[in-house]
Design a protein around this ligand. Structure first.
Ligand SMILES: Nc1nc2c(ncn2[C@@H]2O[C@H](COP(=O)(O)OP(=O)(O)OP(=O)(O)O)[C@@H](O)[C@H]2O)c(=O)[nH]1
Length: 891
């Protein structure tokens, strides 16, 4: 067991990193907003270019992700505390879940749900759902055996038994069901003997093993076995139901166990000292810091915690926050130098030469298809040096090479490999690096893929040191000069800096020289090395000199190391804040547009009012023309009735004086003119009323629909805004009432009265003028001329009849006036009905839009607050950067 374990595994409780955008990433794929609808003149149309769906305000699409797309392995802290619970216990109540909750807050990183008894799938599912709620994202939930249940509840993974399905099958089954996550499911294998342990580790592809059989536990204590199995082995040192001897725990960890699996009862036996063994151990990254530096480290730690809170508030869905959490937790850890380069450029040889031994070839490191972290072990024999593969796929090697005392090295897969996954692993690691050693092969200096990769590195503002490896391939000095000039010039352009460090080396020669010096068995082999021509021609010492000066805190480069280390999380924070600012700016723009859209909805009632007013003109015109037609008919009837030749009438009123009898004109007026006209107009007004109602109701409906669509976007949650407003139900009645009040019978009576008055007023006095009733009776049935002739016979008669046309005109005028009055009344009532409808709609829209307007305003001010917070925070980071840059200045 190495004495100082490395801690390069993000604690399971941290929020998950989502690096890739193949699947749905809420933050990186800013939530796909339903295309905004613009609400104009009562019609809903697709939004124009100002629509929020068009992406950020500058019109360019937001970057899909900080990294290219793909899946990522979940990360588990090692050593790990694992709780094993049964469905029975979980569903049994009695505060069991609260105790699990407490255990997680005390450091349990994984909870395994066993099916126990009874074995019904429903019970397990129920228990898994309950556990998931208890654990939230603080610990991984693994389900024993039941891939279906694990997939259904969205568990982090599965624990397969010795004889269970192959790990790859389980992983695929779960991956398919978890298409919305970028994390691969965890697949652990419970094994009962060393044989199956070896098989699972080497062939099965399980992420870690749980050794269940207590009789075999002692086998695990043997070094040969732990050396052999390259995946973490977690011990389950007791049979279910047995109590765990806690004294065993330190011994198990020392023997190479990567964690302990236990029941809740056993966990309760763990005291704080024991729990400390499971907390991440940190190697002091900086020694001999003066007070100013210590203060700066503390200040930065606090500021980064604040940054995490600010970013989480601004963009709760931003999974990349884990990068910052991770980087800030590593602030006090050793300087991290990441070696990158194309496949076969000589990265491993450079590392071996730095380490002074062939660590990366003699089997200690199994592959460069994964990230390999090399950190220091105080082991005094190479036997204790070992490599382990963490469940996240990363190899961690503990080596005793002196250079690792103050600097961790990371070997990465080549960047131009065919398998994109390897390239992605390297890309993922870049933000964590404090310094990048970029190894270029002399036979292909600065290829296209290297240029692309450098551009990516530049995004993270990393300090890059170039190694032009395989120097021995150059024929002469001028070739070398040409190559270094080319690389420097282009690197300067790419990294936008005049300060490009480039070390042409032959790492193979350097390694060979170091190995011969090592094998010379001489106590002080430095002399042998410095006299070795391979060492001299390798020029490797120049690179080493630079790196060692990095390790010396008192030198300028040592100070630079401190600065770079301090700046690593700041750069990540800045990038995340950039993304947050873009996102919040977009959200703010959206919210402003939302408010404008809502106001547009309210204002659209005015547009609709104008439109309806225009349309109502044609309704009015129709109604008035109906009245006009009736009027014309009534006028004609009056004129016809009040003719001298229409002697029947005169006879009836003037001479027969049958007051009670109705004249035919009255009946005609009532039955043929007024009656049908009234019912026609009433029908028209009924339709008008319906038109008003349906137009406003339709508009109201559209408005409600629009506002409801806004709801989710405004609230940014699943809630919806409740509005108590209801659409106007009743139809407008004023115009209909006017016509209902207008009685055909009453009008006919009035008409008759008028006719009567005209006739009586004209002819009622003729008898007094001396006309004899008999003469009149014999003459009157003849012609008008006769009558006129008779009238000429009597001055009095003539005078009376001569007033007839004027009286008739008055009667006609009266008929006209009545009709015109009715027309005016109807027109006014129609207008009132229109106003009333619009008023109702207006009230409804204003009332129902109010909660939405309030929500939009609240959201705008909330986003403005966040923008202000981010700006303040950016300033704080700037100030801190200045302080870091001024570190070298004597106070
Ligand atoms: N001529 C010459 N060959 C070298 C030198 N350094 C490494 N090589 C050779 O280059 C080949 C690749 O070296 P590695 O160190 O495995 O390269 P790598 O970049 O780690 O390769 P991957 O891990 O596969 O990406 C090996 O055959 C080395 O012997 C050197 O300085 N000169």
């Amino acid at each position: 067991m190495v004495s100082i374990p490395c801690s390069y595994s993000i604690a399971a409780r941290l929020p998950r990193i989502s690096f890739y955008g193949e699947t749905h990433l809420p933050f990186l794929f800013p939530q796909t907003r339903v295309p905004k609808r613009r609400y104009i003149s009562g019609r809903v149309t697709a939004a124009g270019p100002s629509s929020s769906s068009a992406g950020p305000l500058d019109g360019r699409p937001l970057p899909r992700t900080l990294f290219p797309g793909g899946f990522k392995r979940p990360e588990i802290s090692i050593p790990s505390l694992v709780l094993r619970v049964s469905a029975e216990e979980v569903l049994g109540g009695d505060g069991f879940c609260s105790e699990v909750d407490a255990a997680v807050s005390r450091g349990v990183g994984i909870v395994v749900l066993d099916f126990g008894e009874p074995r019904g799938g429903g019970r397990i599912y129920e228990a898994a759902c309950l556990l998931k709620t208890v654990l939230e994202d603080r610990a991984h939930l693994l389900i024993a055996e039941r891939v279906d249940v694990a997939a259904a509840v969205g568990a982090s993974g599965i624990v397969l038994s010795d004889h269970g399905i192959p790990a790859i099958v389980a992983r695929n089954m779960m991956s398919k069901s978890k298409s919305d996550t970028v994390f691969l499911p965890i697949v652990a294998r419970a094994v009962h003997n060393t044989l199956s342990a070896e098989h699972a580790a080497n062939c099965d592809g399980a992420d870690f093993l749980i050794l269940n059989n207590e009789s075999d536990n002692k086998v695990m204590l043997e070094e040969s076995f732990t050396q052999h199995v390259k995946v973490p082995i977690l011990f389950s040192p007791q049979s279910p139901g047995d109590s765990l001897s806690v004294d065993l725990v330190p011994q198990l960890l020392k023997s190479g166990a990567s964690g302990i699996v236990m029941s809740l009862d056993n966990f309760k036996l763990f005291n704080d000292d024991l729990l400390k063994m499971f907390s991440t151990n940190v190697i002091a990254g900086f020694t001999n810091l003066d007070e100013k530096e210590i203060n700066l480290l503390e200040a930065e730690s606090h500021l980064l915690q604040e940054a995490v809170a600010t970013i989480q508030k601004a963009a709760p869905m931003m999974n990349e926050i884990a990068l910052l959490v991770d980087a800030s937790s590593r602030l006090k850890e050793p300087f991290l130098m990441v070696i990158v380069g194309e496949f076969n450029s000589g990265k491993s040889t450079v590392i071996n030469a730095l380490l002074g031994r062939k660590y990366l070839k003699d089997g200690v490191v199994p592959t460069t298809n994964e990230i390999t972290l090399l950190c220091y072990s105080e082991a005094d024999s190479t036997k204790q040096e070992q490599c382990k593969r963490n469940p996240d796929g990363q190899f961690v090697c503990y080596l005793s090479a002196p250079i690792l005392k103050n600097m961790n090295l990371v070997d990465t897969p080549g960047t131009n490999v065919i398998l994109q996954r390897q390239q992605r692993l390297t890309e993922e690691f870049i933000p964590r690096a404090d310094l990048i050693l970029f190894v270029i092969s002399s036979d292909r200096p600065l290829t296209e893929s290297e240029v692309t990769f450098l551009r990516y590195v530049q995004q993270w503002k990393k300090k890059v040191v170039f190694v032009l490896n395989k120097l021995d391939l150059y024929q002469n000095a001028s070739e070398l000069e040409e190559a270094t000039g080319f690389v420097k010039e282009n690197a300067q352009k790419l990294l936008n800096t005049g300060d490009v460090r480039l070390y042409p080396v032959s790492s193979r020669s350097a390694l060979e020289a170091k190995l011969s010096a090592l094998n010379s068995n001489v106590q002080n082999n430095e002399e042998i090395l410095s006299s070795d021509p391979r060492w001299l021609t390798s020029k490797f010492y120049e690179l080493e000199q630079f790196l060692f000066s990095f390790l010396d805190g008192s030198s300028d480069t040592g100070m630079e190391r401190m600065k770079l280390k301090l700046e690593t999380p700041i750069v990540i924070a800045e990038r995340l804040i950039d993304s947050c600012e873009r996102l919040v700016k977009q959200q703010h723009g959206d919210a402003c547009r939302d408010l404008i859209s809502i106001k547009e909805v309210v204002n659209s009632v005015n547009v609709l009012a104008m439109k309806m007013e225009n349309e109502s003109l044609s309704w009015k015109k129709k109604a008035l023309s109906m009245i006009e037609t009736a009027k014309d008919q009534a006028v004609k009837l009056t004129e016809f009735t009040l003719q001298l030749s229409n002697i029947d009438l005169i006879a009836t009123y003037a001479f027969k004086r049958e007051k009670s009898a109705s004249i035919p004109a009255t009946t005609t007026l009532q039955d043929k003119i007024i009656g049908p006209s009234i019912s026609d107009i009433q029908m028209l007004l009924g339709e008008y009323s319906m038109w008003l109602h349906s137009s406003t109701a339709h508009e109201g409906e559209l408005c409600v629909q629009f506002l409801q669509r806004q709801s989710n976007e405004l609230l940014n949650s699943g809630d919806s805004i409740q509005s108590n407003a209801s659409l106007p139900e009743e139809e407008e009645e004023l115009s209909k009432n006017v016509m209902e009040k207008f009685s055909a019978n009453a009008a006919a009576k009035l008409y008759e009265q008028e006719i009567r008055e005209v006739v009586l007023g004209t002819f009622g006095g003729l008898g007094a003028a001396g006309l004899s009733a008999s003469l009149l009776t014999s003459v009157l049935p003849t012609t008008l001329e006769d009558l006129l002739a008779l009238a000429f016979c009597s001055a009095g008669g003539f005078l009376a009849i001569s007033t007839f046309p004027a009286r008739r005109k008055v009667a006609v005028e009266k008929v006209r006036r009545v009709a015109d009055g009715l027309a005016r009344e109807v027109e006014e009532a129609m207008q009132q009905d229109l106003f009333q409808s619009i008023r109702r709609l207006n009230n409804f829209v204003e009332f129902s839009s109010k909660p939405y307007q309030d929500a939009a305003r609240q959201r705008i001010s909330h986003l403005q607050e966040i923008q202000a917070d981010l700006a303040t925070f950016r300033q704080k980071l700037e100030d801190l950067k200045v302080e870091i840059q001024n570190l070298h200045l004597v106070p």
